[in-house]
Write a protein that binds this ligand. Sequence first.
Ligand SMILES: CC(C)(COP(=O)(O)OP(=O)(O)OC[C@H]1O[C@@H](n2cnc3c(N)ncnc32)[C@H](O)[C@@H]1OP(=O)(O)O)[C@@H](O)C(=O)NCCC(=O)NCCS
Length: 182
Amino acid sequence: MIKQLLPTNSKHLQQTVTLLQNIFPWYYTSKSFTLDELKTLCEKNNVVFVYLENNQVVGIVGAQPQYGKTGWELHPLAVDKKVRGKGIATMLMKTVEDYVIEYGGIILYLGADDEHFQTSLSQSDLFEDLFSAIKNIKNLDNHPYEFYQKQGYTIVGVIPDANGFNKPDIMMAKRLINPPKA
Ligand SMILES: CC(C)(COP(=O)(O)OP(=O)(O)OC[C@H]1O[C@@H](n2cnc3c(N)ncnc32)[C@H](O)[C@@H]1OP(=O)(O)O)[C@@H](O)C(=O)NCCC(=O)NCCS
């Protein structure tokens, strides 16, 4: 079951904090930092959805408007290891995309970091031949860019060394609605 996470739901907030810390321990280093960031992601025009199994949070997706209301950023996306491969992330993506469209979004984009040398983009100096490196990207160790490609996202750029030397951020985007006919 998918539910919008509200900043007042302390039980599900706490469960989501634990999930994020388990999956991204290098980023969500303390409980208070994670909770503060999570609350911000649920407030104002931002949105977070969680996937519940037996009333336990096992998946999360969030989106924030960044360019007025047209361009939204997807952040974060995570599903508990124990329940991966069952289509939960796909369902969360569909839910957040529908929400973004309803609130005026036409594009959803994201940065998928390659901090752990999971793609071929971490194997060479991207300043030398960026566009052919993108064209020939290979998934070396389960990097999620292929998950996003399956959801209709395209690699639209890369920020070389974003997370340190040879640790790029892979930018992806999806047009959510068709442009008006001329
Ligand atoms: C990426 C993630 C959210 C996918 O969750 P999930 O619930 O297992 O995904 P789904 O079951 O909906 O997968 C849909 C499809 O994508 C594929 N897929 C999922 N993760 C993939 C990966 N890392 N690499 C390649 N393909 C992947 C699945 O095999 C499936 O393919 P199919 O439709 O051909 O069977 C999950 O693996 C995760 O939480 N990873 C760690 C956190 C992370 O990387 N988040 C993204 C940060 S940018």
